[in-house]
Design a protein around this ligand. Sequence first.
Ligand code: UTP
Length: 288
Amino acid sequence: MIRKAVIPAAGFGTRFLPASKSQPKEMLPIVDTPTIQYVVEEAVSAGVTDILMIIGKGKRAIEEHFDRNFELESELQEKGRTEQLEAIRRISNLANIHFVWQKELKGLGDAVSYARDHVGREPFLLLLGDTLIQSKTSLVRRLVELYDRYQETVVALESVDPAKVDRYGVIGGRQVAGDLYLIDDLVEKPKVGEAPSNLAIAARYALSPDIFDYITRTPPGKNGEIQLTDAMRLMLKDRAMYGVVLDGQRFDIGNKLDFLRTNVVFGLSHPELGSEFRAFLKETAQGL
Ligand code: UTP
């Protein structure tokens, strides 16, 4: 049973400048909730009770968001705003949340290596802090179940436009059942036309703790960074690895267009704002 999760959130977020200059992109709100809160809730929904966030310079707002704010709580209490008070308290009770600082931003693989002491010898979930998943059934729960069954690493996969494979970590593999693949190759940002498939690793992983040994042995790759995909590729020489195709959508909010799309999709299903927002969108669309 997986009970720990790691959420890397130290990156500069250069694709979202200037908004990410002095605030973490992981705190950008989707309607009224910071992206990283959805990610934490997703991990908790899969049974995780312990979360380690990898943060860095300029990311204090993340710590504060998951800490208690007694002044705000007493203000809300005095005003009798019980619903808001409960919502605020709930955030700091979602899980046991810990933080570690990535000293230099040397890539996702390097960020994950900072979790080694905390995770120990247990398998763990890895969820990218700037990416949301919407799926019919819980994707992370499925990753946990498959890890329990095979005792091997399982990653989420998304079928992407073959003309855009050069933006992703891409797998090669064999379909073993329905949405399940046995992976035999992994390439970070392959050239279009050279990718082993159009199945991209989709920001969610159930990882064996052995990954830490392989990260240590991984030299800098694309962009001079320690790539997690490269470490996984090394691990693949010794171990089986599975991929499960996402039955839904992935939103990378570190990308401006995806951020806008995400706000529209989540705005439309928002319990208080949804119907008014829908009417606004219809009216706007008519004038296009
Ligand atoms: P990204 O590659 O999307 O993050 O990493 P980035 O480097 O911040 O983005 P750009 O390209 O400059 O816009 C995915 C996740 O991994 C974290 C990021 O914070 C993000 O949540 N990350 C990335 C780290 O924690 N450390 C790193 O060295 C790189």
